[in-house]
Design a protein around this ligand. Structure first.
Ligand SMILES: [Zn+2]
Length: 249
């Protein structure tokens, strides 16, 4: 992986006016969009990223702020730009059904109306998958999503990263973070307040056990955004993290 482009760094509530979860990973040859929040097109257009440059989509769990942008992306590829290559869309079981329902409710259309080729791939915990040159290890994280919520460890080229998805703080995140270049970790609040999400307090308590070179906090809620500068790297919309560059913390 060469870069991670933060397209949307907010929690479900667009705290601070930031956009919903959306991250673009650029590999040597291919691009993977990690999460597809409802504001996906606003983010791509803001940062002048052609939507057709995305090869793969990977979704962590079936909450609207993480996959609710799919109907807009479907419209984009069907009516605004011409997508000539298939889109491979990977996520937990049920993603296809939810995407179909969402598209029907929002636009009265079915997936057979799409003017591009779409392939759904079901992802299961601990069953590795390959999307082009990206090797992805999914693992289950504690979060109230059906059928389950996933975190991902991703490898492409010589670099690795771990993404928490939405999760409560858990030893599995510490284990998965060992030896990676970057840990992109959700952090909604400063103090533990939400049972299904991570707080800065919990991360700081275990900071010595995190085995990633860099730690980047995202999915930031209101009180995280009100913080004065800290020694922890906070994502913000438009930030581009370069793998192999100097560490961020
Ligand atoms: Zn969630």
């Amino acid at each position: 992986m060469k870069t991670l482009h933060i397209l949307g760094s907010s929690d479900a509530f667009n705290a601070g006016g930031a956009l919903h979860s959306c991250y673009l990973l650029s590999g040597e040859k291919e691009r993977l969009l990690l999460e597809c929040g409802p504001s996906v097109l606003a983010a791509l257009n803001r940062d002048k990223i052609p939507s057709t440059s995305i090869d793969f989509l990977l979704i962590s769990h079936l909450h609207g702020d993480h996959f609710g942008g799919l109907p807009f992306l479907f419209l984009e590829y069907s009516y605004r730009v011409k997508r000539s290559t298939p889109l491979r869309l990977a996520g937990p079981p049920g993603l296809q059904e939810r995407a179909e329902k969402l598209y029907a409710v929002m636009y009265g259309k079915t997936l057979s109306d799409l003017r591009f080729e779409l392939e759904f791939i079901e992802v299961h915990p601990d069953v590795d998958l390959h999307l082009g040159d990206f090797t992805i290890h999914p693992f289950e994280v504690p979060h109230n999503a059906q059928p389950f919520a996933l975190g991902y460890r991703l490898i492409e080229g010589t670099h690795t990263m771990v993404f928490s998805g939405d999760s409560a703080w858990s030893d599995i995140l510490l284990a998965q973070s060992q030896g990676v270049d970057l840990f992109l970790c959700e952090c909604c609040t400063q103090e533990p307040r939400l049972k299904q999400h991570i707080s800065l307090h919990e991360i700081l308590q275990d900071r010595a056990k995190i085995g990633a070179k860099d730690l980047l906090l995202t999915h930031l809620g209101d009180d995280m955004r009100r913080m004065k500068k800290t020694s922890w790297a906070h994502a913000h919309d438009g930030l581009i993290y370069t793998f192999g560059a100097k560490t961020t913390n």
